[in-house]
Design a protein around this ligand. Structure first.
Ligand code: NDP
Length: 283
């Protein structure tokens, strides 16, 4: 039976450490890390995420600003707000909650966040730095996965790592981070032929596809480490991952549950990035 990787517990430990380091930094410099989260529209799931980000900031002793803008906000209005936040020296990190309403140009909005305040690490400059391995900020979810592996003393070096999913925010940066950690990395997607044959090779399997319970026990090698990034809402309202937990936990050596695995680490890494941005701002 697999060891359960307790993301909630690890996140709490890392957050306590971030809080301690932020307090030390504030005592030395007088600077309190500040995060602004911008939300446009009324998407209920986005509202929950934004509220949780704000709460996590306050718990860590950070300044937290939430900017709520109506659904009909124009590009000019949103870019104007980002300009204000860019000029605000008490704000070190700016995040625009996605998805944006359809009439807004997501790419242009992400590019309007200055790279030094881009704590989601979605700006093209930060994306490029990830490719080169020269990062200040790492995208929060893949960074959270790496932190979980570190905490569990799972060495990536030389291992067969398979990432299922190639999105810009999870799959691709995840593959780069595993590669930088000297894993042998394969990336799978919806056009991959014989997915199970590839996933069965993995010593470390990271799944981020957005399909409930998709990866089953027969697709996993005995003793593999399985990281489930997926967050899917079932018809009964319950949250479930991309991995069929029941059939995989009997094959894997370690597994992240959903909820309570990767999820809590994502906001934790957002705090880490905000602290990094605050530190960089006084250099
Ligand atoms: P996207 O929808 O952007 O990407 C999904 C990827 O999965 C695509 O690359 C797609 O391939 C691939 N895919 C889809 N179906 C299959 C299939 N049948 N076989 C193989 N590959 C497939 O999703 P995200 O990366 O944004 O998110 C993935 C999941 O992670 C979601 O459940 C999301 O909710 C969750 N998530 C969780 C976070 C957390 O904090 N825990 C944070 C962010 C996301 P192709 O490119 O060919 O279309």
């Amino acid at each position: 039976m697999a060891k359960i990787i307790d993301g909630k517990k690890i996140a709490a430990e890392v957050r306590a450490d971030i809080k301690r380091r932020a307090a030390e930094f504030a005592a030395e410099t007088g600077v309190v890390p500040g995060l602004a989260v911008v939300i446009v529209g009324e998407d209920p799931a986005s509202k929950v995420y934004v509220r949780n980000k704000g709460l996590a900031c306050v718990e860590a002793g950070f300044k937290s600003v939430t900017v709520e803008m109506p659904e009909e906000t124009t590009m000019d209005e949103l870019l104007g707000k980002l300009e204000e936040l860019k000029a605000d020296s008490t704000i070190h990190g700016i995040l625009v909650q996605l998805p944006l309403p359809r009439h807004l140009d997501e790419k242009a909005v992400l590019e309007a966040i200055p790279p030094e305040k881009d704590v989601d690490a979605f700006h093209v400059v930060n994306t490029g730095k990830i490719m080169l391995g020269e990062y200040s900020f790492l995208p929060c979810t893949p960074a959270g996965v790496m932190e979980l592996l570190r905490h569990e003393n799972i060495d990536v070096c030389g291992k067969e790592c398979v990432v299922v999913g190639r999105s810009n925010i999870v799959g691709k940066p995840m593959a780069m981070l595993l590669l930088h950690a000297n894993g042998t990395v394969t990336v799978c997607h919806s056009r991959t032929r014989d997915l199970a044959e590839v996933t069965r090779r993995a010593d470390i399997l990271v799944v981020a596809i957005g399909k409930a319970d998709f990866i089953t026990g027969d697709m996993v090698k005995e003793g593999a480490v399985v990281i489930d990034v997926g967050m899917n809402r079932r018809a009964d309202g319950k949250l479930t991952g991309d991995v069929d937990y029941a059939s995989v936990e009997v094959k894997a050596s370690a597994i992240t549950p959903v909820p309570g695995g990767v999820g809590p680490m994502t906001i934790t890494m957002l705090l880490e990035n905000t602290l990094t941005a605050a530190k960089e701002s006084v250099k």
